[in-house]
Design a protein around this ligand. Structure first.
Ligand code: 5GP
Length: 207
């Protein structure tokens, strides 16, 4: 029989090009996970679809959501706004899913500050050189954007150890996915103990 574990909020962060989206997709294939779809004011890249990769919205709509307190967290990254809508998180936790937020370190800090019992995992590249190569081979950003993103990666890695529960190095994809999955299961089992003890699992979320 499969264990019925409580839902949990899982934050996955890491520098651009480290493989966060791939890891998130592999976890979803395992079942029991759901992914948060962020809102963003950044224009869609080639191949991205509205409502699948992001909800692409105007700055005015973003400000409306933020001011109505409908975002769990939000951040400005390289001149664009990003945010996590609140309602789908509530639904996922009620359905006892592991709810994946693929967000930046600023967002991770905001989630940490809310005291949700979240599992926060930072994905690190095997080396800086490898990250530069991955970013170049994606070819989605021009040189200026690439430089900005690499500067940001340095800053994020410095801050990660203070905010995140665990740091997982993405050297081999399969190993990385299994490590992340094991951490999530472990966190959910601890939550189950709290649940059995009658604790409030998601203070402030009003499920
Ligand atoms: P990209 O523009 O490459 O899709 O994403 C840029 C950065 O924004 C990535 O580090 C991604 O994890 C982060 N990001 C995406 N959605 C959100 C969000 O809702 N909140 C925060 N804080 N960061 C996000």
């Amino acid at each position: 029989m499969t264990e019925v574990l409580p839902g949990i909020l899982v934050v996955l962060s890491g520098p651009m090009g480290v493989g966060k989206t791939t890891v998130a997709n592999r976890l979803i294939e395992k079942g029991g996970y759901r992914r948060s779809i962020s809102v963003t004011t950044r224009p869609p890249r080639k191949g991205e679809a509205d409502g699948v990769d992001y909800r692409f919205i105007s700055v005015e709509e973003f400000e409306r959501l933020r001011d109505a307190n409908e975002l769990i967290e939000h951040a400005q990254i390289v001149s664009n706004w990003y945010g996590t809508p609140k309602q789908p998180l509530r639904e996922a936790l009620k359905a006892r899913k592991a709810y994946l937020l693929v967000i930046d370190v600023d967002g991770g800090r905001q989630v940490r500050g809310k005291g949700y019992n979240a599992e926060l995992i930072f994905l690190a590249p095997p080396s800086k050189e490898e990250l530069v190569e991955r970013l170049k081979s994606r070819g989605t950003e021009d040189m200026k954007q690439q430089t900005l993103r690499l500067e940001r990666a340095d800053m994020e890695m410095e801050k990660a150890s203070e905010i995140y529960n665990d740091i997982v190095v993405n050297k081999d994809l399969d190993t990385c996915v299994e490590e992340v999955h094991a951490l999530v299961l472990d966190a959910r089992r601890k939550l189950k103990e709290k649940e059995l003890a009658g604790d409030t699992l998601y203070p402030g979320l009003k499920l």
